[in-house]
Design a protein around this ligand. Sequence first.
Ligand code: COA
Length: 336
Amino acid sequence: MNKRSIIKSTARYLPDNRITNDDLTGLMDTTDEWIRQRTGIESRYWVKEGDDTGTSDLALEAAQIALARAGWEPAELDLIVMATMTSDTYIPGAGTHLQHKLGGGYVPALDIRQQCTGFLHGLEVCDAYIRSGIAGKILLVGADYQSRFMEKTTANRDTAVIFADGAGAVCIAAEETDETVGILASVFHADGKHADALRVGIPARKSGYAMDPEVLANNEYFPFMDGRTVFKMAVTRLPEVARELLAKAGVQLADIDLVIPHQANLRINEALRDRLQLPDEKIYNNIQEYGNTTSATIPIALDEVMEKGILKSGDHVLFIGLGAGLTWGGVIYRLP
Ligand code: COA
């Protein structure tokens, strides 16, 4: 018998403040048509201005739903894994804030700062803890609160129209089984040559005091994105790593019932679909409604998929994504 990582429950949380493309035209020089054509996005959810909310609050909402659905108390957890790039405080990471708000004693909390591939890396980390016997019950959360970190002006309209707020959570349990179910394989890569293609410079900066007026004037508090480089890398690397992942898992592409990609741009996901020659119904997209919620895109999508009853026992799911770093990779999961 082997220990397998089984997803026991899923959950999502979006702030109650839907922002349409038309709402953005009042803040910056952009149009609904441009945003839809270039990204596929129609709306996104942003925490209301002035709300006393942090990323751990978004995470908490999703985490509590996931725990209730699994029938677990926070104190039963062996580990909390928190993926985010927009922690409540720069130090410590949002994981400990979440742990405190959940209650339940001294459950360890591990932060993963891997931006858009944070949740995917989280799945691999959970699987390693479970296969090695270190943990039996893990809460994995992907949450980001991008709207507070973005400059919502024409100067940064390329990022401001894309990024959004939200949280997704899963409860993962170790189960003894001979069956080929649970997390079957994971593959990751990084290419730091493109570290500058998507970055936020402050508060950690390799040279210069972060509060120096000159440094502040460069607007390095806000994300900088070389969208074309990121786009090109995504459409090249994602199909490559999908094939690598299939080979590692020993699964044929035809056996994959659903691809759940990171939601960075609908055109990137359409290119992935075309390069893998997948029928449209085998790739799940919801960027139209939510925008890019960074580490939350995949667990939010998974929760929707489970709610809609799209997957059944024995189905194979391929999770995949690319993000700042640049980092990219994926995970193949088979439902028990
Ligand atoms: N509204 C209107 N016009 C905009 C705009 C906006 N929100 N953002 C940029 N533009 C303008 C540019 O200023 C440029 O104008 P110019 O031709 O007068 O110079 C024009 O649109 C084209 O810009 P460009 O950057 O070449 O567009 P693009 O087709 O590459 O699309 C992105 C831009 C950002 C949508 C696209 O590059 C992308 O999605 N890249 C990947 C980003 C990504 O995945 N990020 C997350 C990774 S996890």
